[in-house]
Write a protein that binds this ligand. Structure first.
Ligand code: WQD
Length: 351
């Protein structure tokens, strides 16, 4: 029988791509989303890509524990992928309580239901932000986490620890009173970019984008006048920051690999962590140039001061994910940037 995966935040950018890949591999998916940071565009796109009009969709807020419990009562859930969270670093500095309440309470509710409803596999969407400004690059999963510079980053670290503790505490549960075993995987994403090759789903930033690629595509289409490149005086080859840009479809496939590992009982520990990146550092300037070249256009950009809080360089050692998940990033950065541009043009055609 097909396994069922609950995807919280499943109507969002990464959640929608993961839903597509899960369905492609024969999983049943239940989507839960409070629609606080998206509309139905991506969910409609998911239905078109998969040809499935019957994907269960529940507009609930995971901070509502009763609503979460009801989902676990209604479906036999084999795994949960928890995306539902706020993700704007700057906003989290201005509104820390909002971030702590939302990101922690929603995850605690998911874990309580997972534990109390007979046990479940839980995949948490973590971030390379937990490494901060690492001294040794690339970072492995054993690279020490550094104190976070934002409440957003703190919530990622805290949720990782909460998951680890719940896995540890439930390991001996025997199902009495419904109390089951929780197993967990945290995937630490580097910089997710790009869109589905169909251009039917992609990133939909609200307002002025904080992230580089949506800012690039919005500048190219004329929604923004000029891209500001934050800093060209870093001690890197071209003076701009280095990141590990991971294609969102490749990232989605890593989730399917991790879910399969959990539901097929192939985990080596109750709680595991994997870096999900390409292992290739790319500078901001290289990315901008690659975008121009692959899409045959010129971007209006200027160099400005460094952005406070940015690390100079971070990229992943992906050996563990390659070996244990049998997963590897496949799309080239050019393919990914072409998909990001196709998505921006698709959005413009909808207007
Ligand atoms: C990438 C590079 C900027 C915008 C953040 C979060 C992380 C994760 C992803 C997600 C940096 C430069 C950017 C612009 C620029 N979280 N840049 N001009 O900061 O690496 O990671 O997003 O939900 O946790 O911290 O990503 O895309 O903002 O920046 O020059 O207009 O692009 O300085 O070097 P970042 P980013």
């Amino acid at each position: 029988m097909a396994k069922t995966v609950l995807v919280s935040g499943g109507a969002g950018y990464i959640g929608s791509h993961v839903t597509v890949e899960l369905i492609g591999k024969g999983y049943e998916v239940v989507v839960a989303d409070n629609m606080s940071n998206c509309d139905l565009t991506c969910f409609e796109g998911v239905k078109k890509i998969t040809g499935r009009d019957d994907i269960p969709f529940h507009q609930i807020d995971c901070c509502d524990s009763e609503a979460v419990n009801r989902l676990f009562d209604e479906y036999k859930i084999d795994a949960v992928i928890h995306f539902a969270a706020f993700k704007a670093v700057g906003e989290s500095v201005a509104e820390p309580l909002m971030y702590y309440r939302n990101n922690l309470v929603s995850f605690i509710n998911i874990l309580e239901a997972a534990k109390n409803k007979g046990g479940c596999n839980v995949l948490f969407s973590s971030s390379a932000t937990v490494y901060g400004e690492a001294e040794v690059l690339p970072v492995t999963e054993n690279t020490p986490r550094l104190p976070s510079t934002s409440p957003y980053g703190n919530t990622k670290q805290m949720c990782e620890d909460i998951l680890r503790d719940v896995v540890f505490a439930t390991a001996g549960n025997d199902g009495a009173d419904g109390q089951g075993v929780v197993k967990g995987i945290a995937l630490r994403y580097f910089n997710p970019i790009g869109a589905h090759p169909s251009a039917l789903i992609g990133e939909l930033p609200r307002g002025v984008p904080n992230n580089l690629v949506p800012f690039i595509t919005q500048t190219a289409i004329g929604k923004r006048e000029c891209l500001s490149i934050f800093g060209n005086d870093y001690p890197t080859e071209d003076g701009t920051c280095l990141r590990d840009y991971i294609d969102v479809v490749d990232l989605a496939k890593a989730h399917v690999a991790a879910v399969s590992r959990m539901v097929e009982g192939r985990m080596k520990e109750g709680y595991e962590i994997f870096n999900v990146g390409t292992g290739r550092p790319v500078s901001v300037y290289e990315l901008v140039t690659a975008f121009e070249n692959v899409n045959g256009l010129k971007l209006n950009y200027k160099f400005v001061d460094r952005r406070p809080g940015d690390v100079m360089a971070i990229w992943a050692d992906t050996t563990l994910a390659n070996e244990e998940l049998g997963w590897k990033a496949e799309r080239t950065v050019e393919e990914t940037l072409a998909s990001a541009w196709a998505w921006e043009k698709h959005l413009a055609e909808q207007k």
